[in-house]
Design a protein around this ligand. Structure first.
Ligand SMILES: [Fe+2]
Length: 298
């Protein structure tokens, strides 16, 4: 597969492209897999998930809502050979992030001190297109994530997803210059994150498209803030092509609102989230569990 991403090997690219496009569009039902237990998935269930992920880089898992817990989500990850978690600032001890606008409570009943509201994922605001962990160091990129819904919002909170391999195809078909610009090792720079004089995350510089163990990896954020793009005409044109792709939509873009008991497992596909309605009490707020991994679903 690696040869497909070599700009000097058009035949390998065209062969891979034809196989890839023949799989699409799947639609949400085409990526869905029923699972009896997240904590103890059967061999057949796992095979079905791997098959969806191999084809689309994402699968939708449906289980009974009572099955969704931080522990069961971690165990499902392990069953998919996802071992190395990306422990981010706001994750719990097991690297599970509680994605909710509700304030998290400490054991003595107080609110947590971390400034969650500084991070858009932990608000009800919309999230623009990105892959997870684009601000991580190049050697610590997020290659997979899982996202399970405990409680959806009363309204909104819809995810759109796009396989980065489709984004690559759209851009390479438009112009090989786009690919050259986005594989440049200094294409995208994310400044260090400092808070109260403390360095929380160092500067991250790297390409948008890279090849890791033979697979395409994408590092991207549509945000205008805290994102520095390489200053060349070619980079501008490639960025515009991506913006265009996201704004006009693609036949292969998936749109879905996770219901209770549903979750995505993904090789870090591009995604966004629409704004959602906040609920009056903390106990009825939208709540999702997310885990990020430095491993890929094979
Ligand atoms: Fe995300």
């Amino acid at each position: 597969m690696e040869q497909a991403f070599d700009l000097d090997n058009d035949q390998a690219y065209l062969d891979w492209r034809a196989r890839k496009l023949a799989l699409h569009p799947a639609g949400i039902e085409g990526i869905a897999v029923e699972m009896n237990s997240l904590a103890q998935p059967s061999a057949a269930e796992l095979a079905a998930v791997r098959q969806r992920v191999a084809a689309y880089n994402v699968a939708l898992i449906r289980t009974r809502p009572a099955n969704v817990s931080p522990q069961s989500v971690i165990l499902l990850g392990r069953a998919l050979s996802l071992i190395r978690t990306d422990a981010n600032l706001l994750a719990d001890a097991q690297a599970v992030s509680w994605i909710t606008p509700a304030p998290l409570r400490t054991e003595d009943g107080g609110a947590t001190t971390t400034k969650r509201a500084d991070f858009i994922p932990y608000t009800s605001k919309p999230l623009s297109w990105h892959t997870d962990g684009y601000y991580n160091a190049p050697q610590e990129q997020v290659l997979a994530w899982t996202l399970f819904c405990v409680r959806p919002a009363r309204a909104g909170g819809i995810n759109s997803l796009l396989d980065p391999e489709i984004a690559y195809i759209r851009l390479r078909d438009a112009s090989r210059t786009h690919i050259e610009a986005l594989t440049h090792p200094k294409a995208l720079r994310i400044p260090a994150h400092e808070q109260d004089g403390k360095m929380l995350r160092p500067l991250s510089t790297g390409p948008v498209f890279s090849i890791r163990e033979g697979h395409l990896h994408m590092r991207y954020s549509a945000r205008g803030k805290n994102v520095i793009w390489r200053s060349t005409t070619e980079t501008d044109a490639a960025r515009d092509a991506l913006t265009q792709l996201f704004s006009t939509g693609d036949a292969f873009t998936l749109n879905h609102r996770l219901e209770a008991g549903e979750g995505f497992v993904s090789n870090n596909v591009l995604h966004n989230r629409s704004a959602f309605a906040e609920a009056p009490g903390d106990a009825s707020q939208r709540l999702l569990y997310r885990v990020r991994y430095l491993d890929r679903i094979q």
